[in-house]
Ligand binder design. Sequence first.
Ligand SMILES: *[C@@H]1O[C@H](CO)[C@@H](O)[C@H](O)[C@H]1NC(C)=O
Length: 212
Amino acid sequence: MGCLLRLAIVLLLAEGTMVNFRVLSRAMSSVARAFEGHGVVPDVVPKAPTTDIKVKYPSGVEVNLGNELTPTQVKDVPTVTWNAKPESYYVLAMTDPDAPSRKEPKFREWHHWLVGNIPGNNVAAGETLSQYVGSGPPPETGLHRYVFLVYEQPGKLTFDEPRLTNRSGDNRGGFSIAKFAAKYNLGDPIEGNFYQAEFDDYVPILYKQLGG
Ligand SMILES: *[C@@H]1O[C@H](CO)[C@@H](O)[C@H](O)[C@H]1NC(C)=O
């Protein structure tokens, strides 16, 4: 075999291997890679979802797999959409595993939003268990991860959690979305997303709203 021909074959094989690597890393979705890369797996859920939820804030910003946003940008309730079956019910959660800090998360998780019995992805028609509260990371506690998860319910459910308003921070800490999911047999989240945020000057305003 000619030297050039052999070289050509070696190059072709190398190219094939590269393509395989690319296909493999695409098979592990960008969502799963981000959840594992930022430790959301295992800190919040044992298994990453494969698809990202679309979360858009009235301020114009969107949540994108660990991007950095400010408490000011996320102060109002976002619009959230996912690939929903119209006849199914869903749970939507937003939770912070890094309360009061990622280093010492002794209040893990502090949940920001919890809605159940959502028909399709019509969040407004769901049953709000905990009203939306924006990010309020204390000063000097670094970046917190704010994780959105959607679970498909086995059917319509009766939730026995206390209903929480956006006027108080009581009963928000010490939460576990994984335990909540296990309690209601929700399985693994079907979709997820998250952003990160640290203290800014909106946080004291939020604390006032929460009666702090
Ligand atoms: C708190 O919830 C009420 C609805 O009960 C809503 O009108 C109000 O805008 C919310 N406030 C904030 C700051 O999200």
